[in-house]
Write a protein that binds this ligand. Structure first.
Ligand code: TYD
Length: 344
């Protein structure tokens, strides 16, 4: 494919996995990354493409129209995938307003420039959390958006910007709604890397409440393939669910991680749920629409979990500086301090 693809949030978890995957699948494509390099963005995630003459990096925020417009003017962008977002529910509890800039306003800025410059295809990466939670059954794309958290309300706001821009300008834009994603390079505030890195150091694992909430886990490579499938074959104006089909309670996931690391369940601490009433009980997706485009998740969950755990064991040079940094420690103290106390 002779493309120049703009990947926003390309130094983050799913974004950097997508950059590396896209570079391997489309060696002729030029890749332009725009990333704000906030706490979760990490240039080390892009080491594999950094030297390529087909790769270019811009530091900046998607909500900054000067930066965004400058990129579209200079780079002849043909395709866009927007990963840029504030993506952690727990941080949004500490500051519910901060995420509006990236997750809502930034989406609008990006769409406006993309439409003005005649971009051929645009995927906005959203989340299954925009539907709210579901006790039984599966969400399909026609279900109403009923977000219940500050983060998911922001992502739903971003989707409304997509909808309005599609209707107004006809920009060929699609939305993907992925389920909980895991794999290498995930910032260690999310349950999987947080628990793996803590368990490696024999530190207690703060499991919210009784750990009965259910998440559907999708390996990051499958998620990247799903996004690429929608980018190439999705119908403009449409949304596509991308789920892994691997439903697990948080308690069961935690025990599997401990088993893989040869650690005892005694490390588990059932702490009072810091998310309170906003803690979504279960996410689950009907993915037949994406299957109709030819996508299905290919990775076996247990094998992918083992690969992920091994990656964190073997890449301590990647996560130890993050975990030891003062901003990360300050976050952990602030969020978990009241419940874990001296066990932090
Ligand atoms: P998380 O990885 O933050 O993703 P999301 O909020 O998008 O689902 O959390 C996944 C689940 O794990 C969620 O139900 C909350 C729970 N959880 C814990 O029990 N303890 C923790 O320390 C974290 C970070 C999450």
């Amino acid at each position: 494919m002779n493309t120049t693809i703009l990947i926003t949030g390309g130094a983050g978890f799913i974004g950097s996995n997508f950059v590396n995957w896209w570079a391997s699948q489309h060696p002729d494509s030029r890749i332009v990354v725009l990333d704000a390099l906030t706490y979760a963005g990490n240039l080390a995630n892009l080491a594999g493409v950094w030297q390529s003459p087909r790769f270019r990096f811009y530091p900046g925020r998607i909500e900054d129209p000067t930066v965004v417009e400058g990129i579209f003017r200079c780079e002849r962008i043909t395709h866009v995938v927007n990963f840029a977002a504030e993506s952690h529910n727990d941080r949004s509890l500490l500051d519910p307003t901060g995420l509006i800039a990236a997750n809502v306003a930034g989406v609008s800025v990006l769409l406006r420039s993309a439409a003005a410059h005649g971009v051929e295809r645009f995927v906005h990466v959203s989340t299954d959390e925009v539907y709210g939670h579901i006790r039984d059954g599966l969400f399909s794309e026609t279900d109403p958006l009923q977000p219940r958290t500050f983060y998911s309300a922001g992502k739903a706001g971003g989707e409304m910007q997509v909808r309005a821009h599609f209707i107004t300008s006809g920009l060929p834009v699609m939305v993907t709604r992925g389920s909980n994603t895991f794999g290498p390079y995930q910032f260690p505030e999310k349950i999987m890397p947080f628990f793996i890195t803590r368990a490696l150091d024999h530190r207690p694992l703060p499991l919210y409440g009784d750990g009965s909430q259910v998440r559907d886990w999708l390996y990051v490579e499958d998620h990247c393939e799903g996004i690429a499938t929608v980018l190439e074959r999705g119908v403009p104006g449409e949304a596509y669910n991308l789920g892994g089909g691997n439903e697990l309670t948080n308690a069961s996931l935690t025990k599997r991680i401990l088993r893989l690391l040869d650690r005892s369940d005694d490390l588990i601490r059932n702490i009072p749920d810091p998310r309170g009433a906003s803690h979504d009980a279960r996410y689950a997706l009907d993915c037949r629409k994406a299957a109709g485009l030819g996508w299905r998740p290919r990775q076996d969950f247990d094998a992918a979990l083992a690969t992920t755990v091994r990656w964190y064991v073997e890449h301590q040079d990647w996560w130890r500086p993050i975990v030891a940094s003062e901003p990360f420690q300050a976050y952990v103290r602030r969020f978990y301090g009241p419940a874990l106390g001296s066990e932090l």
